[in-house]
Design a protein around this ligand. Structure first.
Ligand code: XMP
Length: 521
């Protein structure tokens, strides 16, 4: 693929991924790599421009990482962000000092010098006619002397050099974070950098991607057969659709019903992929096996392990029936790649541990086919639509690998799963009807193994309790509980209690993450 490429060097900031997302939103291809790459790597990468990220946002320890020398010798534009600005200043002969005061959060920076980076971008003009940007800052150290050739680009009262530029060499640096949405003109600043300063061609669009990826898959796979574990989630579904487009009948998808799926999920997957798309799809009903293995198990991590292990076993049995399969397709996406690279170089501090169930073992002796490795989630969704998948599938809330297994607290029983499925379907149906489904990031019902007393008609009931959970989040690492309207909550509660025999009480979870997690187990 012959795209212009922006190289993002990661110094360990939690928000480096956002730089990549903003660049991609400008339709320019980019990759994130550790700041420890070699000069040779950078030369071979042939970047159209380079961005140096910030460092740990919340950590107080000082970084001593430097950008490889090639960054400043390639003759391509460079943008330093936060720590990236400081290292640029140091490496080119300026000075950086520890700030007595940490600046964290909202700031207003005044623009100077009319640089190309900030051209025509401002949030307000003060009485003296100076342009200001509303930005988000997070730093302790700051540049106190610019390297030769640089001019002042912006300032705040506490950070007199909040931005600098050497426009002849195409070097720009800002102390604030243009990649976060709190910096109101951030997206345009990054767009200016990649489109106007680097002059990158904005050719990264999903229509092109699909065409290129299809060719690449055909070339890679040849006449071989491919198998894929389809979960019905966005990533595996889009992977399946893309590979199917490339090699049709050479792809076999395996869908495992573990008895812990949502209402009618198995039928929906079969309908979409087998009936509508004409894919070879093997549906395995392994629910008895899963239920038997989970019998009496109450510990959440133990449940996760059993579900994960059994999935691998069932999948392997199916793979053994397809001896001509040489490839295993997986729905790995770019954040997974960045996260595991980051984990390798230990640059970013780990917040969330990996919860993927589909970690298939090497013993399958299959080569890996991961056609979405370069894509962010939004891009995967766009591609899914491009490939003709239904919007309800592409924009569906995430569903954990262990499924309802972690939404039935304690021991799992088929009877509980059946009740939960029905209650969950009612909640989702009402969210959609009230136009709330797309306003929350994830919503579901949790089965509590608690019985409480109720009254229905003339009779006393002694039945189960469920909790509704709905959260809003951009990254699933932190989340707020959704302020659903009382009328909606009331309607859902009424319907569940009236329609699902065995449930007589519905509660709403009003806990944020942290300190709670999104799932209850
Ligand atoms: P928590 O509960 O950790 O959830 O706040 C964050 C996101 O991860 C999903 N999740 C899982 N996904 N296997 C998965 O594939 C798991 O074991 C698992 N546990 C949590 C959860 O649904 C939410 O989107």
């Amino acid at each position: 693929m012959n795209h212009d490429r922006i190289l993002i060097l990661d110094f360990g900031s939690q928000v480096t991924q956002l730089i990549a997302r903003r660049v991609r939103e400008a339709h320019v291809y980019c990759e994130v790599h550790s700041c420890e790459v070699t000069d040779e790597f950078i030369r071979e990468f042939k970047p159209t421009g380079i961005i140096l990220s910030g460092s740990h946002m919340s950590a107080y320890e000082e970084s001593t990482d430097e950008a490889p020398k090639a960054v400043f010798e390639m003759g391509v534009p460079v943008l330093g962000i936060c720590y990236g600005m400081q290292t640029m200043a140091m490496q080119l002969g300026g000075k950086v000092e520890s700030g007595a005061q940490r600046e964290f959060g909202y700031a207003e920076v005044r623009e100077h010098g009319h640089t190309k980076l900030l051209e025509n971008l401002y949030d307000f003009i003060d009485d003296d006619g100076h342009n200001y940007l509303k930005v988000w800052m997070s730093h302790g150290d700051k540049v106190t002397q610019m390297p030769e050739g640089f001019k002042l680009m912006c300032s705040t009262p506490t950070c007199p050099i909040a931005g600098m530029a050497d426009e002849k060499r195409g070097f720009y640096a800002v102390q604030f974070h243009p990649e976060v949405t709190h910096t109101e003109k951030g997206r345009q600043i990054l767009e200016n950098f990649v489109l106007r300063i680097c002059k990158a061609n904005p050719d990264w669009v999903m229509g092109n991607f699909a065409v290129e990826a299809v060719e690449k898959i055909r070339a890679q796979v040849g006449e071989d057969e491919v198998i894929l574990g389809l979960s019905g989630g966005v990533d595996s579904s889009v992977t399946a659709a893309l590979i199917h487009k490339a090699i049709g009948e050479q792809l076999t998808c395996v869908f495992v019903d573990n008895g812990l799926l949502r209402l009618h999920e198995r039928e929906q997957v079969a309908q979409t992929f087998r009936e509508n798309m004409g894919m070879k799809l093997v549906v395995v009903d392994a629910s008895d096996r899963f239920m038997a293995a989970l019998d009496g198990v109450t510990d959440p991590e133990a449940k996760r392990k059993i579900i994960g292990r059994l999935f691998v076993e069932v999948f392997q049995e199916e793979a053994a029936k397809l001896p001509r399969a040489k490839w295993l397709a997986q729905g790995t996406i770019y954040p997974d790649v960045i996260e595991s690279n980051g984990a390798k170089t230990k640059k970013a501090q780990t917040i969330k541990s990996h919860h993927n169930v589909g970690g298939l073992p090497d013993t399958l002796h299959l080569k890996l086919l991961e056609p979405l490795r370069e894509l962010f989630k939004d891009e995967v969704r766009e591609l899914g639509i491009e490939l003709g998948l239904p919007a309800e599938m592409v924009y569906r809330h995430p569903f954990p690998g262990p499924g309802l297994g972690v939404r039935i607290l304690g021991a799992i029983k088929r009877e509980y799963a059946d009740l939960l499925r029905e209650a969950d379907a009612i909640f989702i149906e009402e969210l959609r009807a009230a136009d709330w489904y797309d306003k929350v990031s994830q919503a579901f019902v949790v089965f509590l193994p608690v019985k409480s007393v109720g009254v229905m008609g003339d009779g006393r009931t002694y039945d189960w309790v469920v909790s509704l959970r709905a959260v809003q989040t951009s990254d699933f690492m932190t989340a707020k509980w959704a302020h659903l309207p009382y009328e909606l909550l009331g309607k859902v509660s009424n319907r569940i209690i009236n329609e699902v025999k065995g449930i007589n009480r519905v509660v709403y979870d009003v806990s944020g993450k942290p300190p709670a997690t999104i799932e209850w187990e």
